[in-house]
Design a protein around this ligand. Structure first.
Ligand code: ZN
Ligand code: ZN
Length: 239
């Protein structure tokens, strides 16, 4: 009965691929067609061993990771580059209430985490938090939906163990120094989870890494509880 109903609904409101617009099979649970999903450019080739920044000229680490001793995470990894497709998906995810995309994207994200054996290294999953007012306005935190999906697949608990204490301007329009200042003491531990996450190995999830400063500030706060932090973001932008 449910199948028939779904079929009728799919005729009246056909679901389409969020990237190419083709009509999807009514039984498909995805919102991106397989063809498009396979074509999303992956982060490959020469990248920094620490933060995954593409290094077209080669080398093991980027100049930032080489000179900066204040990096608090073990490693930052991403399955995808910040390509045109990824831009479109993340924009839809953030501003068009297309939260179903986060569920779709948590699948390849979890596959990547398994392929890299990160799931075997970590105890808990924690999303990069959003300020409560922003979350209230948007209705959700896309990093949290991604983290929930990943946690389910890799079979680990997910906790909103961090809080964002400052309501800040979007990072994207800021210069590097401003970003740093913008982020200083912006995160805190959610007191509820102190005992649960103390000393744990944490998989920190976000949608995109641009300069890594957001992830690093989160890691800094978690490090105060002697945690070890591995960061995985859906996309890695080269700034
Ligand atoms: Zn498509
Ligand atoms: Zn680096």
């Amino acid at each position: 009965m449910k199948k028939i109903l779904n079929f009728i609904i799919s005729i009246i409101f056909p679901r389409t691929c969020s990237l190419c617009g083709t009509t999807l099979n009514f039984s498909s649970k995805q919102n991106i067609c397989n063809k498009c999903l396979e074509k999303i450019p992956k982060l490959e080739g020469l990248i920094c061993h620490k933060c995954s920044l593409p290094l077209p000229d080669g080398g093991a680490t980027c100049s930032d990771c080489k000179s900066n001793k204040d990096i608090y995470f073990e490693v930052l990894k991403s399955p995808y580059t910040y390509s045109t497709q990824m831009k479109k998906l993340i924009k839809n995810l953030k501003y068009s209430r297309k939260t179903f995309l986060a569920k779709d994207l948590s699948l390849p994200l979890a596959e990547f985490i398994k392929k890299e054996n990160i799931d075997k290294e970590v105890d808990v999953v924690v999303p990069v938090p959003m300020h409560w007012f922003k979350k209230w306005k948007r209705g959700y935190n896309q990093a949290e939906i991604l983290a929930t999906g990943v946690a389910q697949i890799i079979n680990k608990p997910m906790y909103n163990a961090l809080v964002r204490t400052k309501y800040t301007k979007p990072q994207f329009n800021l210069k590097k120094q401003e970003r740093h200042e913008n982020l200083e003491s912006m995160f805190d531990i959610n007191k509820k989870y102190v005992d649960i996450i103390k000393g744990k190995k944490i998989l920190l999830i976000d949608d995109i890494a641009t300069t890594c400063s957001t992830a690093n500030q989160c890691a800094k706060v978690l490090k105060s509880l002697r945690c070890k932090i591995v960061v995985v973001t859906l996309a890695r932008a080269a700034f």
